[in-house]
Design a protein around this ligand. Sequence first.
Ligand code: FES
Length: 317
Amino acid sequence: MATTWMDAVVVARTAATANIAVLDLAPANGTDFPAYTAGAHIDVLLEHGGLIRQYSLCGPPGTGHYRLAVLNDPDSRGGSRAMHTLELGDRLRISAPRNRFPLAAARRHLLFAGGIGITPLLAMVSSLDAEGGDYTLHYSVRSRSDAAFVSELAENPRVAFHFDDEDPGQRLDVDSCLATPSPDTAVYVCGPGGFMDHVLARAEAAGWPPAALHKERFAASAPDPDGAETGAFTVRVASTGAEYQVPEDRSALDVLQENGIDAPSSCQQGICGECVVRVLAGEPDHRDDVLSPDEQADGLFAPCTSRARSRVLELDI
Ligand code: FES
């Protein structure tokens, strides 16, 4: 099903840091935005539809507005630069919220934010505060001047700031934070790839089960250098029985869409979850950053990046 786009208008714009703009969006046509839960993101259509980018909703759920915080990243592929040109009153098109990073049903929550990865976790802090949840947020940033939302979080006793350029004693010690795996605690990680890989690797080394670890990436992780070669395979559409060859240099999603199959998509990088379908037969080779090990084991599959170990993969489309 294709994404349904909504018209939004920028109703507030502030600078959280020299490089981070906070944008409040409201409906442009009088209708209400759909509600969302903490951890959700939206797609934003930029450059006259030529770019689609995902941004986490960082404001407290339930305000009727959507709040985004956008880093003007020098390595941007164009999205953050375009977002930083938006001014008060500008209109843009956005998707309804999707949540691949929700709060888990846990008694305690351990949140790790690296830099701009604070955005979905800020919404989680709002929700947990509203419901009296038990949590600790570790917010790690290169320097205080790069940290968004410091004033909002400064008085919160559940928040620990870690600045790389300040006293070594306050730097993030992941091993001590994660020293004791606990069955009723959920761990959440969001930030740059290196930060996320480090926290997740230390959690795994400490014995945290994969099901306790929740992550959201802003960019696809680097391919595994020891991973198997990407080969060609065939996708079969279960509803029609039609088969399509997926060459080694194309994604299954591209091939399906080229052949007129109504396959939803957004990020094309295996990070948003929009394209996820169920595998009915065959052996997938999972190469996404969005599905949990349980979801993968349960037959879910991201055709934008993942491939097949078997010759044929039958998809529930
Ligand atoms: S399109 Fe985003 S995960 Fe596939």
